[in-house]
Design a protein around this ligand. Sequence first.
Ligand code: AMP
Length: 129
Amino acid sequence: MTIFSKIIAGEIPCYKVAENDKFFAFLDINPVNWGHTLVIPKREEDYIFDLTDEELGEMMVFAKKVAGGIKKALPCRKVGMAVLGLEVPHAHIHLVPLKNEGDMDFKHKIENPSPEKMTEIAEKIAANI
Ligand code: AMP
């Protein structure tokens, strides 16, 4: 079971943003920018391009809804999207609100994001989806 499956199962806490029967979205615990969100399929698959065509399409539509919530909830020009997947072997899309290119620099993380602010942001995004 991956760490992300444990989050879906409620065994590990997270700052949940959205969920449907097949997908789940929650804040990245080490955000590159406030509102950095991960979108994952509930079915465990390591590599995003090993998802079926249907799953990949549905995941993108779900990510689009979440991105809409991020854009309404937080000041940004656009919501950027990235797929890395080198750390956690459970397919995921990174969604990051952007004002400029540097907002999506994965080498620079926000240090010790406060649980209060993370909770506030997750609730605000959820309320705007
Ligand atoms: P990568 O697999 O390279 O796309 O990176 C995995 C991402 O998952 C990183 O940005 C981590 O900060 C994030 N991450 C790892 N564990 C957790 C967790 N328990 N809750 C939220 N985000 C996590």
